[in-house]
Design a protein around this ligand. Structure first.
Ligand code: GAL
Length: 642
């Protein structure tokens, strides 16, 4: 299926007389899908148990008459005022005990029975009414679980649910006490009900408790999602179900949240990230979550209300963003929103239409995209040969105790990703524990938590010719977030990399004067030719057993010791990075993991249905580069032919 485009539409914001005109404009923009209703619970159930779906039926029918297909959303992100009034306990309690107020969105706690039951009812009624409407092709559950730090709640319901979750996980308090090491600061539990949730304390609470609390909070929304999925599967057979995931979001374990969905969707707001490479990284992560194409359920169409500077979006950029998303595996791109809202919190958010219904620039760019797509054959990405492991539990463990306030798991993953992006090497993300079969290279950034057996899986693949690259902070902790009592790196990794970590150091920033000999900017040198690289944030000294050192530390506390090692195994190799090079791309070039020169344009290799190669080139800058205008794109086929 060729990719399609669409928009988010809010018929509840506009008079019914306007809907047909809007549907006609959507057609003119070349859109084929419309997403509806994610914030309209108040209109569908204006009073408890009193339902009004006629307006939505009329809107769906009007849009369907114009040939548009409908994505319906369950409205559980915005419980109506009568519900939060009747049940104030629905609103989340933040660490510190403050209950959030109604009046915005996503205020509910996922564990409050009154909310769960009200959510169940509205979803069931909605699915009953529209589940077999011929224009409805699929469902979006809720909207952006976790947006605005709303995943976690510490209300009494959550505390009880957390204690229950722990009882199911650990079985006995003895097991939990041992797994968490509760004897530290005298925290041995003799009753499940004594176990706390995160709160304001003078010093940090147990990192084991807090890691489990994060897992529990993520599971809460996964269960909430599953409750809705079960209803929709029953009442709306044959329709797909998705949820819209976010940029730079890690309060939810997206690998797990993705499991029950037919495909994931992504809300693509490039102004929410640092640079085009990070947009690509997010898109690749979304494709990887289910190893299949995804939808962009919201695409930024212009300046956004929530950005501190609301920067402009130059001509051409919306079209470029759309093609970038498609090239990374999006099979639909849905612009958010059709028309800029005249009311509410997002009046400064652009749409395809302006407040006065005149056409904004994105309308014309959407039209151009539709024309582009009509002219292109169905293109897909050939499989990536490089995998990067990404894991929310590793991220959480490090976030809870970074041991260097500049240590960001996300930034480490991004630094590695960017080295490959800059030379246009396609990359997939891979979950912990997965078999890397099919990849030539697997990079594992800071796999801090031990997964028993994983090193054996990796070894079997390395023996067959795989290149495994593991970084510092590997195999340090058991899954309950306590340090391993064995050699570092633990979990069998020491044998696999052929080296022991003899010590580890946080590396303070260059301006940190107390440690003049050991701070960012210190250097490592290549054993073969003395080429030097600066490193920052983290440094581990390595004692090779079967590995050969590739780089040694040149100065500071670590001088003379191995920093990067390579262990040849069978037809492959296991490389260990003991420190965080300032320029990972430079390291990758020196070790010949990537070719020599970075490209000034993003290039994506694609294939058509006959297997013929195509190339999409995207200029993410405002300047003309190599014959391509700023924010322009170019598709080429017959690659390699004159
Ligand atoms: C998304 C959200 C939308 C809208 C948009 C604004 O995060 O799902 O409802 O708020 O941001 O950019």
């Amino acid at each position: 299926m060729p990719p399609i485009t669409g928009c988010a539409y809010y018929p509840e914001h506009w008079p019914a007389e306007r809907w047909a005109t809007d549907a006609g404009l959507m057609q003119q923009a070349g859109l084929s899908v419309v997403r509806l209703a994610e914030f309209a619970w108040d209109k569908m159930e204006p009073q408890p148990g009193v339902y009004d779906f006629d307006w939505l039926q009329q809107a769906i029918d009007t849009l369907a008459e114009a040939g548009l297909k409908i994505v319906l959303c369950t409205p559980t992100a915005t419980p109506p005022p009568w519900l939060t009034h009747q049940h104030p306990e629905i609103c989340r309690v933040e660490v510190g005990g403050v209950r959030v107020s109604p009046g915005a969105r996503r205020q509910p706690c996922g564990n409050v029975p009154a909310f769960r039951s009200a959510a169940r009812h509205i979803v069931e009624r909605m699915a009953e009414r529209f589940g077999d409407h011929p224009a409805v092709i699929g469902w979006q559950i809720d909207n952006e679980f976790g947006v605005g730090e709303t995943t976690r709640c510490v209300c009494d319901h959550c505390r009880a649910a957390f204690q229950q979750w722990l009882a199911e996980k650990y079985g006995t308090l003895e097991t939990l006490n041992a797994a968490w090491g509760t004897q530290f600061w005298g925290m041995t539990y003799h009753d499940w009900s004594h176990i706390p949730v995160p709160g304001i304390t003078n010093e940090p609470q147990s990192p084991s408790m807090r890691l489990d609390y994060r897992r529990f909070s993520s599971d809460t929304w996964e269960q909430f999602q599953r409750m809705q999925i079960d209803l929709l599967r029953h009442y709306s057979p044959g329709r797909w179900i998705t949820h819209n995931f976010m940029t730079r979001h890690w309060s939810l374990d997206y690998w797990k949240l993705a499991e029950d969905l037919d495909f994931v969707s992504f809300d693509n707001y490039p102004h929410g990230v640092s640079e085009p490479a990070e947009v690509s990284m997010n898109l690749d992560l979304m494709r990887s979550l289910k190893r299949r194409p995804f939808w962009v359920m919201e695409q930024q169409p212009g300046p956004v209300n929530w950005h501190p500077y609301r920067p402009p979006v130059p001509p051409g950029q919306v079209r470029t963003w759309t093609h970038q998303a498609i090239a990374h595996g999006a099979e639909a791109v849905v612009y958010f929103r059709f028309r800029a809202s005249r009311v509410g919190q997002e009046q400064y958010h652009t749409g395809l239409l302006k407040w006065d219904a005149s056409l904004d620039r994105a309308f014309h760019e959407a039209q151009t995209v539709a024309r582009d797509l009509a002219e292109l054959p169905d293109l897909s990405r050939p499989p990536a040969r490089v995998g990067i492991v990404f894991d929310y539990n590793d991220l959480w463990s490090i976030e809870l105790e970074p041991a260097n306030q500049n240590f960001s798991y996300w930034n480490l993953v991004f630094a590695i990703y960017r080295a490959y992006w800059a030379v246009n090497i396609p990359v997939d993300f891979v979950p912990r524990g997965a078999d890397p079969a099919g990849y030539d290279t697997l990079i594992v950034p800071a796999p801090i938590l031990i997964h028993p057996g994983e090193a054996d899986t990796w070894r079997a693949w390395v023996e067959q010719g795989g290149r495994l690259i593991v970084t510092f902070r590997a195999g340090v902790r058991e899954s309950s977030n306590i340090a391993t009592g064995g050699p570092l790196p633990g979990g069998g990794l020491a044998d696999l990399i052929g080296a022991r970590v003899t010590d580890f150091y946080s590396v303070p920033p260059g301006s940190y004067a107390s440690w003049p000999d050991h701070r960012a900017g210190s250097q490592i040198g290549a054993v073969t030719n003395g080429r030097t690289l600066a490193y920052h944030t983290w440094a581990e000294t390595l004692a090779p057993t079967t590995a050969e050192p590739l780089f040694v530390y040149n100065d500071g506390l670590t001088a003379g010791q191995a920093a990067i090692t390579r262990n040849a195994i069978g037809q492959g190799e296991a490389i260990y990075l003991g420190c965080w090079p300032e320029d990972i791309a430079e390291l990758a070039r020196l070790l010949e993991w990537i070719p020599g020169t970075a490209s000034r344009l993003q290039q994506v290799s694609l294939v058509d249905a006959n297997g013929a190669p195509w190339r999409l080139t995207l200029n993410h800058s405002g300047q003309r580069v190599e014959g391509l205008d700023g924010f322009a794109i170019r598709y080429q086929n017959k690659i390699g032919e004159a």
